[in-house]
Ligand binder design. Structure first.
Ligand code: SF4
Length: 194
């Protein structure tokens, strides 16, 4: 199992397989990993195990918390590993790829806790309405998940230097409406092909 793995100029940290969504397009439904790395974890790595696994971080342009799952399910581990990286490699920008549901998980606004640590956040928008979101993302939070993601994007803009949102071109997802939401929120928009 890969705890950390390089893809191109970036180093990815696979913290968890937990997720509170069950997206119909989730890569985990179709593959065991990415880039030849097996990403289903036998057990979640401790903070020290992640740090021990980080080989030559200085060789990478960016380090990304992503998981083969939702990284912010392990918020404390993200914060500790990110703090270690900031202390030891302050020049390397850190990014989180997230589904944007962490404030529902923790029942508080967690974004100020990441302000000093994370340079970029990529948030999965997934859909342009609550109904569409629930249809494709099958969140355990039900219809309130979509509004929570929109709120999370708005909050992220206050604390994180660069915020981008993404959609997957899954059937039924209105990409143009998603793009309009991103434009209205004044964040970058990325389309991922299904
Ligand atoms: S939020 Fe991400 S990890 Fe979770 S089910 Fe959706 S695509 Fe998979």
């Amino acid at each position: 199992m890969a705890i950390t793995y390089p893809l191109g100029s970036k180093l990815y940290i696979n913290l968890t397989n937990q997720c509170n969504n069950d997206c119909k397009f989730c890569v985990r439904k179709f593959k065991d990993g990415l880039g030849g790395y097996k990403l289903w974890l036998d057990k979640e790595p401790s903070v020290q195990e992640v740090i021990n696994d980080l080989e030559n971080p200085e060789d990478y342009k960016e380090i990304v918390f992503c998981g083969f799952g939702e990284p912010l399910m392990r918020l404390n581990a993200v914060k500790k590993v990110a703090a270690w990286l900031k202390d030891n490699y302050p020049e390397i920008p850190l990014r989180i790829n997230t589904n944007g549901l962490a404030n529902l998980v923790y029942q508080r606004n967690i974004l100020p806790e990441l302000e000093e640590l994370i340079a970029t956040m990529s948030i999965s928008l997934n859909a342009s309405t609550a109904e569409q979101y629930q249809e494709v993302a099958q969140s355990k939070y039900g219809r309130k998940a979509f509004e929570a993601v929109i709120d999370f994007i708005k909050e992220a803009k206050k604390y994180i230097s660069e915020v981008q949102v993404s959609v997957v071109t899954y059937p039924g997802v209105d990409v143009e409406k998603c793009k309009k939401i991103a434009t209205d929120l004044d964040v970058k928009f990325k389309i991922r092909e299904f």
